[in-house]
Ligand binder design. Structure first.
Ligand code: HEC
Length: 230
């Protein structure tokens, strides 16, 4: 009796537990389903994930923390519009803002919120034309950008922004659009328009920064180019 070999006896199901019948290496498995709360959490997180992706990462939504930061930074800058005073949508003003990264950020943020849905986050064009190449439908010189923004085009296919944007914001957005030129991104909008001469002050025409936001561009070259041109 004392030296009775210790044999592994099959487990007796304890209480309500049921054996699954699955054995591995002599280890038996209870048929313990995961708790209901765990399953609900699991299914819930799967159902939640597409909503999360759509909300935060769908193109042109601008809801990520980084986007929100840029937006509030720009909102703060908008408060400083007063400091700019009355600005005119003329050539020297647009060229000046094209080369001021801080103000370009305001234009970039306005573009991301109001324009990217049609022109694309990178401005390469979707239902609105590509704004990164040398071809334009309604624009012959830099001031025409502000004009198109104010009045719209093609019976509202391009909306008029005169009553929706602060006049200064509209000019800063026009300057931002001008700064996008020269990246020559591949666009999806069929109509291309006509090739137009370079903006004043950008002798080579295509000296626009590689970054769509243009905020990291080195503005040092621009004044030099301006000086050379003027
Ligand atoms: C509802 C879609 C839509 C929105 C939003 C929109 N655009 Fe447009 N935009 C268009 C279309 C379409 C055209 C081209 C009209 C045409 O083919 O005549 C256009 C044309 C333009 C042009 C002239 C391009 C050229 O080749 O002459 C500029 C500049 C422009 N948009 C800038 C903007 C800016 C800046 C914003 C945001 C403030 C904006 N657009 C918002 C649809 C849009």
């Amino acid at each position: 009796m004392a030296d009775e070999p210790k044999v592994k006896t099959p487990l007796e199901p304890a209480g309500d537990d049921v054996l699954s019948g699955h054995t591995y290496d002599g280890i038996q498995e209870y048929d313990n389903p995961t708790p209901r709360w765990w399953e609900l959490l699991f299914v819930g997180s799967i159902l939640f994930s597409p909503l999360y992706i759509l909300w935060f990462h769908a193109p042109a939504q601008n809801r990520t923390l980084a986007d929100q930061y840029e937006a509030s930074l720009a909102a703060n800058l908008r408060l400083q519009f007063g400091e700019l005073g009355d600005v005119q949508a003329d050539e020297p003003t647009l060229v000046r803002f094209m080369n001021e990264p801080e103000w370009l950020k305001v234009g970039a943020s306005t573009f991301a919120v109001n324009c990217a849905s049609c022109h694309g986050k990178d401005a390469a064009g979707i239902s609105g034309p590509n704004l990164t190449d040398d071809y334009y439908i309604h624009v012959k010189d830099i001031t025409d950008i502000a004009k198109v923004l104010r009045e719209g085009a093609k019976n509202g296919a391009m909306p008029a922004w005169e009553n929706r944007l602060h006049p200064t914001e509209l000019i800063l957005t026009a300057a931002y659009v001008a700064s996008l030129r020269g990246q020559n991104l591949e666009g999806r909008y069929a109509e291309k328009g006509n090739e137009i001469p370079p903006w004043p002050g950008t002798a080579a025409g295509a000296e626009a920064p590689a970054e769509p936001s243009a905020v990291d561009a080195n503005p040092a070259e621009a004044p030099a180019a301006q000086a050379a041109a003027g």
